[in-house]
Design a protein around this ligand. Structure first.
Ligand code: ZN
Length: 154
């Protein structure tokens, strides 16, 4: 950052915080040449994350929508903190992919984690996500669960 007083390009950050609306990071800086302090604002710009639907349409990733889907499945099974972490975790994974992610990838990212957390929540989510229609669908999925979660032989 260039110092607005002496134009030197050497400073240290003395304080850093998110603005009230969380849209900018406010940094208090001290010029290492003249010792004066100044403030900079850096916009928090996250690349938009898009979710590609099966029909070809895309929509912006909606963490609130994802959370409510997970909450329904996790009701009475997982506490709020766990759900929060799960949503944040999934979002982080998707953002690391960036750009446009297929909706299947979102569903799979959730299922992967639910499977490790709670089988009932997993099955509820899977039943909505995979569109289970009858008991056979459940039984097949439970079979898969048992297969994939058997302890590994050492
Ligand atoms: Zn300066």
């Amino acid at each position: 950052m260039r110092c607005p007083y002496c134009r030197a390009n050497d400073d240290k950050v003395v304080d850093s915080r998110l603005s009230e609306e969380a849209i900018a990071i406010r940094r208090r800086r001290e010029c290492l040449a003249c010792g004066r302090r100044f403030t900079t604002y850096e916009r928090v710009e996250e690349a938009p994350l898009l979710v590609g639907k099966r029909g070809g349409a895309t929509e912006p990733f909606d963490a609130a929508k994802l959370r409510s889907g997970i909450e329904r499945s996790a009701s009475g099974r997982l506490d709020r903190t766990t759900v929060d972490e799960l949503v944040a975790d999934v979002e982080e994974e998707l953002r690391s992919v960036g750009g446009e992610v297929p909706s299947d990838r979102v569903g799979m990212a959730v299922l992967e984690r639910l499977r490790a957390l709670d089988h009932v929540a997993y099955l509820r989510f899977a039943s909505v996500y995979k569109g289970f229609e009858d008991l056979a669908d459940f039984e097949r999925e439970v079979g898969e669960l048992q297969k994939t979660t058997e302890p590994k032989q050492r």
